[in-house]
Design a binder for this molecule. Sequence first.
Ligand code: UD1
Length: 380
Amino acid sequence: MMRLLSVVGARPNFMKIAPIVEELTKFSDIEHCLVHSGQHYDELLSGNFFTDLGLPKPDVNLHAGSGSHAVQTAEIMTGLEPVLLDYKPQMVLVVGDVNSTIAAALTAVKLGIGVAHIEAGLRSFDMTMPEEINRKLTDTIASLLFVTEQSGVENLKHEGVPSEKIFLVGNVMIDSLLRHRELAAQSPFLNQLGILQNGNGRRPYGVLTLHRPSNVDDPKTLQGILSAVNTVAAEVPIFFPIHPRTRKNIEKFGFMRYLAPAGIGTSAGIVALDPLGYLDFLSLNNSARIVLTDSGGIQEETTVLGVPCLTLRENTERPATVTHGTNQIVGVNPERIVAAAQAILQQPIPQPRRPPLWDGKAASRIVAIIRGHLRGQHVQ
Ligand code: UD1
């Protein structure tokens, strides 16, 4: 019997672990424990995702909660250590780049337990991003590195990681998207928002998401972005599901004036929404004419959906979304954002293209490799 333990904690982890959990259940020789760190605890950021993705309730919840980086990371580590000592997994699986990822990886390796990192090798080369620190440290200590795109393989090799630890397997986030896309398309959510279908199948609205500390903690940057998006929103309504960090800052800085009050209708303006569940957000993105975001995962999802995406950051750790997808890196200069968005609204809708191996089968490749590894053999 092989014993595996996975740790998730924050919203973007849940859609990455879901296809792996599903795949693991196919093997009677695998026992699996799902641990939730509690980094995200609101229903809107956590519980709803378990329901939408069909994830089982976590076996253990560490209830680490919010705090400074040091406090949050330490809470997860001290909570996880006794769980690992008790469950004795042969391998710990971590996904993505959040504080729960590095906290779990560090706790496991210090106990001599091997770590598999899913979504390894991505690099923004911007060490002011907490996620970049988390990625680099996790990759340094993990024994199996599962990579979504070729740039990740090159980054790891450049850092001196031996090739036999690196596996280009595709993208588990896209596994989840392809599995749920049809269900999301049937959702009544767009009708509830009052969004009407136009002739070309794509509906005339945009989507905005913002949560990066570098964009939402600095009033000048946040105001520049909101005023730019407001200009774009004079042409098409822009739906804005607001992350709690961002909402707090919008209220604190007095920027509510940029948001259209809820229920005003959908002809124009930035329409504020609460954070959405997985299926509602997928249905919103699936039909959008344009997405503006500072998220990493949304750059990947829009690529596969064929929705033009403007990334409101100076860099991306996911260059395949630019070279093989619909993504443009526009930064946070307001004039640049408006010009890029207006150009997209005038251009024809692009054909979706996919980076290699973004085919919905990443989880089965990963589980095959882990099983082979634990049996003392390497599966390529
Ligand atoms: C975290 C991840 C980020 C990921 C994002 C997705 C790190 C370093 N950051 O950022 O990579 O893209 O999740 O959302 O791990 N809060 C709530 N309810 C919750 C959780 C948080 O209101 O359930 C509020 C709290 O005020 C908290 C703040 O959001 O202080 C930030 O939460 P935190 O988990 O520290 O980081 P995120 O900004 O969510």
